[in-house]
Design a binder for this molecule. Sequence first.
Ligand SMILES: CC(C)(COP(=O)(O)OP(=O)(O)OC[C@H]1O[C@@H](n2cnc3c(N)ncnc32)[C@H](O)[C@@H]1OP(=O)(O)O)[C@@H](O)C(=O)NCCC(=O)NCCS
Length: 210
Amino acid sequence: MAEKKRGFTIRMMREEDYPQIQEIYEIGLDTGHASWEHSAPEWEDFIALKHVDLCYVAVDDENPDKILAWASAAPVSKRAIFDGVIEDSIYVHPDGQGMGLAGTLLGKLIDDATEQGRWSIHSWVFPENVGSLKLHRKLGFREVGIYHHMAKMTYGPMAGQWRDVIILEKLLEKPEERALKRAQEEAEAAGEPNRPILDKLDRADGQVGA
Ligand SMILES: CC(C)(COP(=O)(O)OP(=O)(O)OC[C@H]1O[C@@H](n2cnc3c(N)ncnc32)[C@H](O)[C@@H]1OP(=O)(O)O)[C@@H](O)C(=O)NCCC(=O)NCCS
């Protein structure tokens, strides 16, 4: 379901959006402060690394064919045990910067990831990318630390220099905390506020001596 806010609409990303997404990606990369990569991949390589159900675009309400920004999430690891941990990417076209697009997209990604039962979002941001740092802090990410001299930059204003990267994380509700909260809300709506706690005690009781 598409969501409306201040002159733009957020919807799921589609393959046919990719030429505009690629262009916005490359404009961001050209700043030299968005990523280590210098060029955006083709669609197949791009989407292969993503969670497709956590990839969005923001389109202009005046011209819905025009993509103003995109956001995506990727797994941080191939190991199934870390399935709930994702990494975000957000790129806004210069025409759309300062409109709250990135904040709205990241908020949507956080809400949907929580709904899916993910439990943590990571982001790596160069210290020089003040816009991205402010965005992430505003959306509740906290700085975990800094990886020092991660790699030598190959292009842009810092070409040839070894660069640090700031690691940020946002902790989401753990799936079982969310399930209990849901059960409590449903029980309260049904007029049985203590039901989930009693169920839990019943289950614990059944385990005694097992
Ligand atoms: C960083 C980026 C995504 C921010 O997009 P945006 O749509 O302009 O951000 P928002 O309008 O949602 O702003 C979110 C907050 O960050 C602040 N902010 C955004 N860009 C800023 C900048 N360059 N300097 C200082 N603050 C900035 C906004 O003021 C806002 O805070 P506020 O609500 O307190 O005023 C965008 O500049 C961009 O696409 N940059 C190039 C690609 C990139 O670096 N992506 C991130 C890779 S880690």
